[in-house]
Design a protein around this ligand. Structure first.
Ligand SMILES: [Fe+2]
Ligand SMILES: [Fe+2]
Length: 287
């Protein structure tokens, strides 16, 4: 099997071959087509609920605009600490020199993603939804902070990629949205390859040194972190912007609905299986 340094070199070469200019990559339309879905209907947070069934096609399409706005905002807000954490690791003992070289591209690409999402959000929604996640602050034992950082990277990238892959080939949604999902996935497939491998090595290094108590504490935190990441998809401000009444009740209803729980379990399957396989999660958290 390819070593992680060999992988980093290969990914660096790929990033250089596919180097792109965020200011030339897109033709931004003047306005989005209100006749189209923006977020794919099946990915909208209320899909499968009675409320969704009761909505008119026009209301659903209106919601889909704010849903894509929320999804792009979540991704952008997740990329900010990701870039901060990755740049902290450049030229440090935490990563090899081959990995440092690749991290320059990882950071460059994430910075371009934030520009791309930022342009879309400011142009068509007039805003970026602020970050809501409560920080699950905790005391870290040896190696825990490093493992936790790369777990968070994988959560934002794996969940986002599930949505990107569903939308990047969908001709029924707005073409610029399809294109953004495609461009994002193109870079993310490399980031995910690096992230999975790096986390595997960190887990193999640190887990044998952790007590059962530390492992249990970490697993509980990780399950909670995944759940709180999902809760952000049910943003009351987004429901309010879409013209829905009692947006906090809508969020509560949607999060508790079996149809959405099924969606979250399906979309998290790959991510949770990685955590289980590495021993970072002791059991599947309730979705
Ligand atoms: Fe990204
Ligand atoms: Fe990424």
């Amino acid at each position: 099997m390819e070593s992680s340094d060999e992988l980093a070199v290969r990914l660096t070469n790929l990033s250089r071959e596919q180097f792109w200019n965020v200011y030339e990559e897109f033709e931004w339309p003047e306005a989005l087509d209100p006749e189209r879905y923006q977020m794919q209907a099946e990915l909208c947070s209320l899909y499968g609920t009675e409320l969704w069934e009761d909505m008119t096609e026009e209301q659903r399409k209106r919601l889909s605009l704010y849903e894509i706005g929320n999804f792009f905002s979540l991704t952008l807000q997740g990329e900010r600490p990701l870039v901060a954490g990755l740049s902290d690791r450049l030229y440090s003992k935490k990563v090899s020199s081959e990995a440092t070289e690749y991290l320059h591209h990882f950071i460059d690409e994430e910075n371009k993603h934030m520009i791309m999402f930022g342009i879309f959000l400011n142009k068509y929604l007039g805003k970026v939804y602020p970050e809501k996640k409560i920080s699950l602050g905790r005391e870290y034992g040896k190696g825990e902070e490093e493992v936790a950082f790369f777990c968070k990277v994988l959560v934002v990238e794996e969940l986002g990629d599930y949505y990107n892959v569903k939308m990047m080939l969908d001709d029924s949604i707005e073409p610029i949205v399809k294109r953004i999902n495609w461009v994002h996935h193109r870079d993310e497939s490399r980031h995910l390859g690096f992230g999975r491998r790096h986390l595997t090595e960190l887990a193999e290094h640190w887990l044998p040194q952790w007590s059962d108590e530390t492992k249990k504490g970490f697993s509980d935190w990780l399950g909670q972190y995944v759940r709180s990441s999902w809760a952000d998809f049910y943003n009351p401000t987004m429901y309010k912007d879409a013209g829905l009444e009692k947006p906090y009740d809508v969020r509560k209803m949607a999060l508790a609905h079996p149809a959405t729980a099924e969606h979250r379990a399906k979309a998290s399957k790959k991510l949770l299986n990685i955590f289980l396989r590495l021993g970072l999660l002791e059991a599947l958290p309730a979705m």
